[in-house]
Design a protein around this ligand. Sequence first.
Ligand SMILES: C[S@@+](CC[C@H](N)C(=O)[O-])C[C@H]1O[C@@H](n2cnc3c(N)ncnc32)[C@H](O)[C@@H]1O
Length: 408
Amino acid sequence: MSSLEQLIANLAAGVDTLSKIGTQDQINAHDARNAAITAAMELLAELRGPEEQFLHLSFASIDSANIAVLLRFEIAQNIPVDSSISAEDLASTVGLPVDVLTRVTRYAITNGIFTEPSKGKFAHSPISAYIAKHEHVRDIASIATGELATMNLALAEALTQQRVTGGKSPVAAFNVAYPDFNNAFEFIGSDPSRGQRYHKYLAGRTQLPLWDVQHLVSSWNWAEEIGSGTMVDLGGSSGHTCMALAPICPEANFIIQDIDPRGLQQGREVVASADASIAQRIQFTEHDLFTPNPVKAEVYLFRHILHDWSDEDIIRLVSNLIPALSSGARVLISEGIMPTGVAHVTGALSEKQIRLEDMFMLAVHAARERSVDEFVTVFKAASDRFQLVGVTGGQGGAFQSLIEMEYV
Ligand SMILES: C[S@@+](CC[C@H](N)C(=O)[O-])C[C@H]1O[C@@H](n2cnc3c(N)ncnc32)[C@H](O)[C@@H]1O
């Protein structure tokens, strides 16, 4: 068999396996789907050949820029659901010159976003219809193709400058992209609309299968473990995690701490419309995790927080928590877990996400994703009273793991 025939056979086998798995078997269905997607990607790469495949990847910034324009000018939302619209009408609705609107939309069509059923008339494709309908996807993509893309593209320059300064400066690619700010969180907090978009992005992620809070909910016996005690969500943004946990922990109280008052305010507004039995058990407090934590609680949760910081910073964060910890307190870490084995080719976002996040943690915060052992090592460096109790979750596409530490 030629390698092309082999790749076609792999793809056919992958699709066949996927079609035979029932919807109940979620873990196998997820793995089979990933295998089929990867087989399709390998076939595509073979058909393109190394040069075209590499250049295709290299021009990804044009795709990001194109999507950023679609989002900024709300192009998908202004295309009728069941019919088409002329370029002139669409341009005047979204406020772009007809020529620019036409070129941007036609570029998007090459990626399967929109269709052009007749010359100069635009309509939805399945992707653009989905974008138009789902605000959370737009919220995520707006950050991914906006500020985040700007920071990521500065990575090569930052690493070049760091080679000259022995790694001291710039701290991260972020500082090359946005030199007027010390760090990304200061940058986010400096502009109300940016802060609002960032916290919507964080909340929007939890609506994706990969980030679904249900993975977290099913990872631990929350009701029994917290009981009528308190859980503190450290850096909890607008409280989307506590909103998912409160209904299943009927006696527990939740405190969301965050440095950014805008995320907290967004959360207060959401909680205000929740059932009183939930709303009265959720509090939002402004707190800088790099200062001593004043709240004594049974459980503390770091969810997608530690990957934003270097090992030294985590030791400082955890050291500021220690005075609040009683013996037996649980500290939970909910993040992606970096695999320790060799890397593999993958076309599936759920498999790639951990390395994707690792790359942007490097660019944005000079930080990283970690393995379980790396988390344990850094906690032990803060205090040898931390004991690893166990690790749960993380299967079936759950990017969210739960590492449970006890302060003995
Ligand atoms: C990656 S987000 C994670 C948010 C949330 N835990 C989640 O899982 O979606 C990081 C959060 O940390 C907050 N943060 C950053 N620096 C902080 C600090 N020094 N003290 C408290 N919160 C901080 C940010 O405002 C943001 O809400």
